[in-house]
Design a binder for this molecule. Structure first.
Ligand SMILES: CC(C)(COP(=O)(O)OP(=O)(O)OC[C@H]1O[C@@H](n2cnc3c(N)ncnc32)[C@H](O)[C@@H]1OP(=O)(O)O)[C@@H](O)C(=O)NCCC(=O)NCCS
Length: 276
């Protein structure tokens, strides 16, 4: 959809744990190799939290970083949106806890669940609120502690996931050349269960049985997810650029979801866009 929202990104921040898990480290849990993982995914290492670190601590560090980068104070924030599928607690929202941790005012604060696409959904959501006049300066955080649901008995999925947070401060733009030009969001609900966590929700609450059967960990049909991603990623980039009236060649930077280098390579090849 073509847009012209008076919204700009004033600052960004990030936080990852300092604990590095290299591909060979997985040998303590299952048979694998650095070569297999690099060839299939391009991943050489990922960051995992240590005891005492969690979704909230990562979100707080990233949020603080973004607020400092924007040169504002926590008091200036009047909306907080956190995209996560591994909230600090099921209740309250991580956004509410983040508001207190950052020393922000009592401003609207909520979580949004859209998994890999969460940060893009949250950015769009916050930008809409600014455009509608419901907020002036929003803090958007994408954060996950995937180690909390990473099944070390499933070598095909366990190698993919890590922990980390990214944050952005969005604010009303006074300049006509700093605007959101287009945004597209999508979801194929029919394939929702190609990657899911069976237990812990309303369908199957926690019980001794769900724990014994390891139903609180991610289940993924890797090939299906891969096929979907390679057919969709380049299309949504192309369509969004067309909405904005921008040629792919004129885009300075594309920041894709980074679960698999092969998916990114396939998308940039189809877009005829340089990898570096
Ligand atoms: C996860 C992924 C790398 C697995 O690759 P794949 O080629 O689909 O692998 P498969 O699960 O079909 O398994 C192929 C073989 O490799 C083996 N294998 C799986 N994981 C392995 C590992 N870590 N090390 C070594 N061998 C492994 C399997 O046991 C299987 O062996 P078999 O043929 O003898 O039975 C790939 O499907 C993928 O990248 N999918 C997209 C994931 C994604 O982007 N998810 C979103 C994240 S949020």
């Amino acid at each position: 959809m073509k847009l012209s929202w008076a919204v700009e990104c004033a600052g960004t921040g990030m936080s990852v744990p300092d604990r590095i898990i290299r591909n060979d480290d997985f040998l303590q849990w299952f048979d694998t190799s650095d070569e297999w993982i690099v060839q299939r995914t391009g991943i050489r290492e990922r960051r995992w939290t240590r005891d005492g670190e969690s979704t909230l601590s990562l979100a707080t560090a990233a949020g603080r970083d973004a607020i400092a980068d924007a040169g504002i104070s926590p008091d200036d924030i009047d909306l907080i949106v956190v995209a996560t599928i591994t909230p600090e607690h099921t209740l309250p929202s991580t956004a509410c806890e983040l508001q207190a941790a950052l020393g922000c005012r009592w401003v609207p604060s909520y979580d949004l669940s859209a998994a890999c696409s969460g940060f893009v959904y949250a950015m769009t959501n916050a930008a809409q609120s600014i455009e509608l006049g419901m907020a002036r300066t929003a803090l958007v955080v994408g954060v996950d502690c995937m180690t909390r649901m990473n099944n070390l008995e499933d070598r095909a999925s366990a190698i993919l996931f890590g922990d980390g947070a990214a944050a952005a401060v969005l604010r009303r733009s006074e300049s006509s050349d700093r605007r959101v030009l287009a945004a597209r969001l999508g979801a194929d609900g029919g394939r929702a269960l190609t990657i899911y966590v069976p237990a812990g929700g309303a369908a199957l609450p926690a019980s001794q049985k769900t724990i014994d059967e390891r139903l609180h960990f991610v289940r993924m049909q890797g090939r299906e997810v891969y096929k979907f991603a390679v057919t969709q990623m380049h299309e949504i980039v192309r369509d969004t650029a067309a909405d904005a009236g921008v040629a792919i060649d004129d885009i300075k930077l594309i920041i894709p979801h980074q679960s698999n280098l092969r998916i990114i390579e396939s998308a940039v090849k189809r877009l005829n866009y340089p990898l570096e």
